[in-house]
Design a protein around this ligand. Structure first.
Ligand code: UD1
Length: 415
């Protein structure tokens, strides 16, 4: 098992942000809707992306991936995706609807993914049923068979799930009639997916708002699309610079995607200057405590919750973070406490009493963002920190060692 060895560093300089993993994944899943050539650029080279490309290959389509550009061609011929691929990543489940819409039926295993609490797919399944699929769940697999879709279907999501919004919106593009998704998630990645689908000839409107309307079309065409920058990667480096008491630029970012983060950083004593496609962070000032409510976009993102917790763990005073998206996403707390943080949990809220310093330790990453948080903790802790379970980080952070070193951070990836 590999690990990252991290030493106390003051980050400075600049870091260029990669394409968004969470935008690229649903876009690649949507490439199954056509047999025409699809070209997607600014795709980060990550384990999760490789998993999705393997799934697309398993479906029969031809895939090439070089220098951040994915080219996909030829027909979808197979609608059964193996458990080995789906268990690695929850976003794999999003191929079920497109495959079943194209082939008439498809079978995909129930997903795995990050250990951040129970993550059901009931909204996906109820939505697919409304779109006219018969669904059977047996032996850990979900089997979807297309029967008939009503001319107008309204799907009201019980919670604005990002994955369910993307899955249902994508599937509906090539089904007859109108589909309306209410209480849709509003994340920027959903807007990027809408852009991609519409360039292919789909008729989707409203992404970025609570209501998305899809008018079905009979087929989709070839497309060339550039993925948006990764706001979570950008936020992670911004927090890392600020937490390390450094100064630096986050380049190639759409700053408006991170307004909730900028507000928290500014309110707690970090300077944030916004330029056209870069943001300057100055974390040299004293840090103050705050209260954060984790909410769906445009609220503070759950994918930056573990990282901001590290930042607040050394701020002056008591902070609270209430997690309202994944109630149990607090597995990193025990590891931070082992590094000297003073944090306890009560009813979905973390109470963080700021301490003067953290101390380096051997710690275990439990999921992607928790692992990123532990790397940040290692950068601000006295001594050496080793973050085990390196594969989590490799799922979601492209060239993390090079990028942190580029910011004068001390990090090694060891086997
Ligand atoms: C996506 C992101 C993930 C991020 C999350 C929330 C991708 C590939 N992943 O995950 O990084 O942390 O959004 O911003 O884009 N839920 C149900 N039933 C369902 C679906 C979801 O109860 O059928 C619940 C979940 O358990 C969770 C909440 O809804 O409590 C939000 O989950 P969701 O938005 O679906 O997250 P993902 O799409 O899996």
């Amino acid at each position: 098992m590999g690990f990252f060895r991290v030493k106390k560093s003051i980050l400075s300089g600049s870091v260029k942000i990669s394409g968004a993993k969470n935008a690229a994944l649903p876009i690649l899943a949507a490439s199954l809707l056509t047999d025409q050539e699809i070209i997607v650029s600014n795709v980060p080279d990550l384990l999760d992306i490789q998993t999705m490309l393997c799934i697309i290959r398993e479906s029969g389509r031809n895939v090439e991936f070089e220098n951040g550009v994915v080219k996909i061609s030829s027909n979808v011929t197979n609608g059964t995706i193996s458990y080995e691929l789906v268990r690695k990543m929850r976003a794999s489940f999003n191929v079920l609807g497109p495959l079943a819409a194209v082939l008439g039926q498809a079978k995909v295993a129930l997903p795995g993914g990050c250990a951040i609490g129970v993550r059901p797919v009931d909204f996906h399944i109820e939505g697919l049923k409304k779109l006219g699929f018969d669904i059977e769940i047996e032996h850990g697999e979900v089997w979807a068979k297309f029967r008939k879709k009503e001319d107008e279907v309204v799907i009201s999501l019980p919670f604005p799930s990002v994955g369910a919004t993307e899955h249902l919106m994508t599937t509906a593009t090539i089904l007859n009639g109108t589909t309306i998704i209410e209480n849709a998630a509003m994340e920027p990645e959903i807007e990027d997916l809408q852009k991609f689908l519409n360039k292919m000839g789909a008729k989707v409107n409203g992404a970025g708002t609570k209501t998305i309307v899809i008018e079905g079309v009979s087929s989709l065409r070839s497309v060339n699309h550039e993925v948006i920058p990764d706001r979570i990667e950008a936020g992670t480096y911004a927090i890392a610079i600020a937490a390390s008491r450094g100064k630096g630029y986050i380049e190639k970012v759409i700053s408006s995607h991170l307004d909730a983060l900028w507000d928290v950083l500014k309110n707690t004593g970090t300077k944030v200057e916004i330029y056209e496609d870069k943001v300057f962070i100055d974390g040299t000032g004293k840090k103050k405590s705050t209260k954060i409510n984790i909410l769906p976009y445009p609220g503070f993102p759950t994918d930056l919750q573990p990282q901001i917790m590290v930042y607040l763990s050394v701020a002056n005073g008591t902070s609270t973070i209430s997690e309202n998206v994944f109630k149990n996403r607090f597995l990193h707390v025990d590891e931070l406490v082992r590094m000297g943080a003073d944090i306890y949990l009560t009813n979905g809220t973390a109470i963080i009493n700021g301490v003067k310093k953290l101390s380096g330790a051997k710690v275990e990453g439990t999921d992607l963002r928790a692992s990123a948080a532990l790397v940040i903790a290692g950068l601000i802790a006295e001594g050496i920190t080793e973050v085990y379970n390196d594969f989590h980080i490799l799922r979601g952070y492209e060239s993390i060692v090079e990028k942190i070193r580029g910011l004068n951070g001390k990090i090694e990836h060891l086997e």
